[in-house]
Write a protein that binds this ligand. Sequence first.
Ligand SMILES: Nc1ncnc2c1ncn2[C@@H]1O[C@H](COP(=O)(O)OP(=O)(O)OP(=O)(O)O)[C@@H](O)[C@H]1O
Ligand SMILES: [Mg+2]
Length: 154
Amino acid sequence: MSHSYTGFVSAQTSVREVVTHSAEETIALGRSLVSILMPPKLVLLRGDLGAGKTTLVKGIAKGFDAAEEDNVTSPTFTLIHEYRGFRVNIYHIDLYRIDTPRQLETLGLDDLLSENSLLLLEWGEKFSRFVRERDVEIQIERLGETERRIRIVT
Ligand SMILES: Nc1ncnc2c1ncn2[C@@H]1O[C@H](COP(=O)(O)OP(=O)(O)OP(=O)(O)O)[C@@H](O)[C@H]1O
Ligand SMILES: [Mg+2]
């Protein structure tokens, strides 16, 4: 990891920026995010297909002792994966295939919100509600084959 940078966009918003050079570095970054992702939180993971959102979740789940990296897979078809740690229930959600408010309703995400919940949403920005309600936004941008710029906005 390199070029760690922290800036303040306004009194309320802080942005931390990191460039990773491999999936392993992105996983390591995920593991380091535990303190800023303490439940309850709603987190938007933003980035193109293959940017590294699910890869980052591998590190986050490991950091919370909720899952081993290899057991964290994309919820593309299953839509929600749950990983339970000590006092944390991680819900990894992929809304790529969800298009209508009615389909979203069917998922029952509101029922997942609790004191111990950490909701990690891929493609959550498709619904303005989540853009408004998110506690943390993580943006991943592909710079090259294995380089990713990752911005953590809190
Ligand atoms: N620096 C890096 N950080 C993260 N992933 C990387 C990096 N370099 C290469 N990769 C590779 O890029 C791919 C990222 O895939 P991943 O499933 O995490 O993307 P995603 O953003 O979740 O995509 P989708 O929207 O399709 O779910 C993996 O194959 C991973 O090994
Ligand atoms: Mg994914």
